[in-house]
Structures are given as C-alpha cells and as structure tokens.
Write a protein of this length. Sequence first.
Length: 267
Amino acid sequence: MTGMVTGKVAIVTGAGRGIGRGIALMLAREGAAVVSIAEPKNADEIVKAALAAFGRVDILVNNAGILRDRIFHRMSWSDWSDVLAVHLNGSFNMSRACAVRFREQNGGAFVHMTSTSALVGNFGQANYMAAKFGIVGLSRGIALDMQRFKVRSNCIAPFAWTRMIDSIPTETPEEKLRVERMQQMTPEKIAPLTVYLASDRAEGITGQIFGVRNNEIFLFNQPRVVRAIHRSDGWTPENIAQQLRGALAPSFTPLERSSDVFSWDPV
C-alpha cells in the first residue's frame, strides 16, 4: 500500500458490509482514520464524533442505501419515500454536515455512489433511479458551489454483487444471465477508485461520474444538447408534429437497461 490518504479522516456510510466495508478497509490500509457508519444516524452527530476523535474530517463517502424494487404501477408511497430518504436525503444530510468543515479547512473530498440503473435504466426501479440520479445532481451542485474552497465531489456507479442487489429480478433468461455476471464482481473492486478520488492525487477532478466494473473503469458523459430545430415564426403543436420526429428522432436515447449498454462480459 502507498499511504495515499495518510493523515486523512474519512466517514463512510453503509460501511457494515459490501461496498462500504470494502471502501472503509482500503481507506484504513491507505492510512486514513475511518469512521464507519453501519446504521443511519444524525449526520451532525456523526461529524461531531469524527471531530472529537480525530480533530478533523477530510473525506465523505456516501454509500448507504436500500432497495424497494416494484414495477411502477404497483409502487407504493413508502416504496418511493423510503428509498429517497435513505439515498438522496441521507446523502444530502451527511454532505451538508461535512461541507461546513470542508469550507473552514479549505479542502475536502466527497465520493457519492450512484448507479447505472439511474444513468441508463432498469425495470422496477423508478424509486431507486430517481434517488440515484438525484445524487448525480447533488454531486454536481456541490462541485460547482464548493470548488472555490478546494472541495471536490464526484460520483461512482459501482458494479458489484452485494446483499442490497440480491433482490434484483431473475425471471427471464436475460435477467438470470445479468445476475450471473454481476456475481463475478466483488464489492472490494470499488474501493481503489474511491480511495484515489478521495486523495490529494485526484486534485482538479470534480463534478465527474465514473463507473467501476470488475477490472474496468468508465467515465460517463453528462446530458448535453445533441440536436436542435428552430422556426423563425415560432412553434405551434401542428408544426411541431410535422417536424420534430423527423428531425430529432434519430438522436433519441433508446429505452435501454444497463445490461443492454454493458453487454460484454466483465473483464
């Protein structure tokens, strides 16, 4: 190990098992003092505990999450609100609590876990997709607002077989194949990129979305205009109906799932 985060203090949420545990262990091996959060608590109290024990906080890894998979027309309010509360509200609360300290010390690193379910799509996960896409916006907003304080914020979309995704449907041959592939990818594979992004070696890298799948690292693009149409006399519903499809449809994003986009075996 290289001691890449020696002297840093890191908070890792959802560190009781899976991806969070792997990240916490590697941060510790690389020299960080780690406050591992296994169960949700008051965010301000967690930060206070880190300060009391170590005097500072330098890194926050927002990893905690749950799943409540349901096809959308059967999704209840609790299915929706519980997932957003843990993923999105929890990430905000922890980030907000750390942001004050990062600003005061003129430095810090956020690493948030998003998902290809949000970036690409998946069946039965409208709640999870909304929460994880919300985290992308949260991370980007933090990156913009806090760059002047030398604070960085990035996302990782992890591919890993964990207890949390054990409920993914396996009703079709395609879904069964996808799960078999995912079981090859251990949670520990997510830790190296997380440690790097949390370290000073990642200076200048902020507002980005990465992916890790087994031994692969991906950089995702972010929404930008791909094609435009205009009329000098303005638009009506009728002339939109006449022109929009032919002009823009070739650039529509297809209704794909993660397994359609990442169709090759993990390497």
